[in-house]
Design a protein around this ligand. Sequence first.
Ligand code: ATP
Ligand code: MG
Length: 741
Amino acid sequence: MPQLLDNLNPEQLAAVTLAPQHALILAGAGSGKTRVLTTRIAWLIQNGYCSPQGILAVTFTNKAAKEMLTRLSAMFPINTRGMWIGTFHGLCNRFLRAHHRDAGLPQLFQILDSGDQLASIKRLLKALNIDDEKFPPRELQHFINAQKEAGLRPAAVEAWDDYTRRRVELYTEYEAQCQREAVVDFPELLLRSYELLERNEPIRRHYQARFRHILVDEFQDTNRLQYKWLSLLADGGREGGASLFCVGDDDQSIYRFRGAEIGNMRDFERDFRVESVIRLEQNYRSHGNILDAANALIGHNTKRLGKNLWTDRGAGEPIRVYEAFTDSDEARWIVEEIQSLVRDGACRSDIALLYRSNAQSRVLEHQLFSSGVAYRVYGGLRFFERQEVKHALAYLRLIANPDDDTAFTRVVNFPTRGIGARSLEALQDAARTWNTPLYQTVPHLAGKPGAALGQFVALIERLRVETRDLPLHETVDHVIEMSGLRGHYQLEKEGQERLENLDELINAAANFSAEVGAGQAPGEAPSEPGSVLAEFLAHASLEAGDHQADAGSDAVQLMTVHAAKGLEFDVVFLSGLEEELFPHGNSTAEADGLEEERRLMYVAVTRARQRLYLSFTQGRMLHGQVRYNLRSRFLEEIPEPLTKWLTPPNPRRSYVSEPSPRYYNSGAGKPAAPSMPPPPPLRSRDLGGLAIGQAVNHPRFGDGVIIAAEGSGSDARVQVKFAEAGSKWLMLAVAKLTPAS
Ligand code: ATP
Ligand code: MG
């Protein structure tokens, strides 16, 4: 079909229309890799190379999977449900549900997200009476996940010292606990799928015959186990196996810490004897200045396969750089800038605020919220991770699977129903002795604890019966009501938002059933009773906050740089460009760590289509302390002619020059740094006769008060909080400030 291939450049066209074979598309950001992958799926189907059922496509996020399905349905009318398109986790979940018996799981097994997993590990340590200072739960979680991601069960882990041996034992105990409770954590989804495929020849043969084309986006970030899983599905590249089509960019490999292996690209070329490696070099996303900045930046990395991107879109605007005094000032400036962009006609949803660490979002959110700018956070505390939502989900999980001890512990006494810590301990001890899930242990518990807990079990049983024939959203509504959650939050002072989130959960359930119902492929088996609930619960564990704001609502998008991978926005604000923060303090000690941070920076810069703002602050609240960091070295790596400084560049604060004392005022609402020596006092002559705390007048902004100052001589700047215009940094030499009368 001609329209499908219109507008592709010759290299893209070659990639899309490659005769079925293994191929690697290695290309930089914004060069159309994802577009090529999506178009190829459509092309393969339209040209009869395979049916929709023969496609397996792996994306990196749920958002990307959804986008791909939308793009495909727009290209031509097909039922996309028959296709397997999703994240590794999503696809493995689907696979395990279909073969739960062979995988040794009940049909309604539950998924532990990483917060649940941590709770489960803590509970285990407690039950075993293990000192969690010696075995910090987070660290143990990391250890277990790393083993699973390397494909290792406890028996296969090599332990040379006592400490590791003990951790391996705990890994074994944790596995037993999960199995008992019929729950599966994220890495387990993958490992179990892999093992099942490996062990069960009929199932393996079935899928190897079914999937004719396996396509993988963001291939540079696959880990070892994921690669092995793909390889198994594609029959290791043997004659008659699926064609594996991978697209990636070594410069955007940003999950090394999670075990992603750039070596997979090399291995893929070798194992599958890849003959077609196609490179795409034209960038269609960003204006020239943005692209030049990205190229210059990544050019500082030494370990690269090497490529350069070009664009014919023209240089566009310069990259705007802003230096703020504190993180609150930075947030205030960003929000003012957004408001002015919106006034000039920009859509909020075309604007993204990116940051290196989740913790940075709080200040930004606060400012957006108090200025009434609609926003939406991806990642971070996702909708499905909010306390009240997790409580409601825990009730639902117990209805689906009473053996889920994590869910049981979460809500057995929430809202409070007089079940004390002692009763719970008695229950846990008994459960351990008899090796039974908590729920099943309750009826055998005598005395007062038994009675109170028995009422809880009776409540869950009643809810199960009452909701048996209800549609999903009514089930959710009923459970929120009858569990007492709604009543509880109605009484809570700050409960309004939580009630809204619970209502949003009911909406999410309604949308979910509508999607599932609409997507049912003809001839596909109807859902078994209870399975819609199980599917919804799996969706809740896998989904990253897609229901947080109404889909399509015009909201500014906030996310970490990691979460922004693959996405694009007209306007991007990248905040917090300070040493220690970005590059992250943990990473700079070793060259590999720094190169990974630089790739992350490259990902951030290349998200912008038209306008890019980079900002940094002099002082920032981090972990309860004000930190003073130099501006990020990455700023220095962007050639100066591409940038426009919105505040006067201060060479003394750059990473490349020696740090020099900085002038600042720790009063006026800014917490002083406890760990810093007191700043040199600002002399009034530095401020041309003005002083901090002084009331001043500006011909345009009106009356205000000086709240901070920095620099000296012709460089001196003051921050004035104006009654009407908010706070602004002004150059003393040019701003016509006069003492207010
Ligand atoms: P990333 O590395 O960030 O994931 P990518 O290589 O996957 O980027 P895409 O997201 O596929 O790039 O494409 C970037 C943008 O360029 C998209 O808006 C896409 O629609 C557009 N684009 C890609 N190819 C073309 C083309 N031939 N003509 C016009 N626009 C194109
Ligand atoms: Mg992409």
